[in-house]
Design a protein around this ligand. Structure first.
Ligand code: ATP
Length: 240
């Protein structure tokens, strides 16, 4: 478990995500070849691939925003149901750039997220996250008054403000400076150490090297499990 003042990380031992020939897409058209992977507790799996290869779409399916069009997808051993309270207490996600409350200050946003998910000692959790994500001096700012990188920090901090056994992140490195990227990598490694599972999409070779155990390379022709070294090599050949 995390130290004092940090949202509790629920530890589970079964596979967290199991995708078998999973097909995802829009209007019946798949966005990539079927994808198969298993994500165990305490592991970090990265989705890599070119722009438009389907990374965000796979993530949306895993958190229940999009029904798979084929294959099977299980999260915590069951079909995905984001309305299920157990599912919601175990899955924390940061996908979209604008998923903040425009009328709440930075600290109110984090506090509401923590309290809304039943975190005890929410004040301490918020204070710790503000410091960790470099937002302390912006605690009373509204999101509109933040830079895009600071807003990104707020959304990421909110992802850590609630209980979770699975963290789903879409290109968390976006708009972060190097120092914040390093701290994010440390946070994700902590998550793994404490038994949390992380599924993330990324174009960042440094983040991959720092945190990922394996990667899934998505493409139209064949989506396949690859080593981190192979994923880093792919990113090197097709930098963003
Ligand atoms: N809501 C949508 N309706 C229809 N098509 C969509 C929708 N969202 C995404 N797509 C299409 O699905 C494909 C995969 O998009 P997706 O966002 O999953 O790719 P990605 O790998 O995350 O890309 P990037 O690296 O640019 O973030 C793209 O061709 C995109 O145009």
């Amino acid at each position: 478990m995390h130290g004092a003042g940090t949202a509790t990380l629920a530890v589970v031992s079964k596979p967290v995500v199991r995708a078998q020939d999973l097909l995802v897409g829009y209007g019946g058209a798949p966005v990539c070849a079927p994808v198969s992977f298993t994500l165990a507790p305490g592991k970090v799996l990265a989705l890599v691939g070119a722009n438009g290869s389907g990374k965000s779409t796979v993530l949306r399916s895993v958190i229940g925003l999009l029904e798979p069009s084929g294959g099977s997808l299980q999260v915590f051993g069951s079909a995905v149901d984001e309305r299920d309270v157990t599912f919601r207490t175990r899955v924390s996600s940061v996908l979209d750039d604008d998923a903040y409350f425009p009328a709440l200050t930075v600290s109110e946003h984090l506090y509401l997220t923590a309290r809304g998910h039943g975190v005890l000692g929410a004040d301490d959790v918020v204070e710790e996250l503000l410091a960790e994500f470099g937002l302390t001096e912006h605690a009373r700012s509204l999101p509109v008054a933040l830079s895009s990188g600071q807003r990104r920090r707020l959304l990421l901090a909110a992802g850590f403000a609630r209980p979770r056994a699975l963290l789903v992140l879409d290109e968390p490195e976006q708009r972060l400076d190097r120092d914040m990227k390093t701290r994010l990598a440390q946070r994700l490694n902590d998550e793994r150490t404490h038994g949390g599972a992380v599924l993330l999409a990324t174009h960042d070779a440094d983040l991959l090297r720092a945190v990922a155990d394996r990667a899934v390379l998505l493409s139209d022709e064949s989506s396949r499990l690859v080593s981190v070294a192979e994923a880093v090599d792919m990113i090197g050949r097709n930098p963003s």
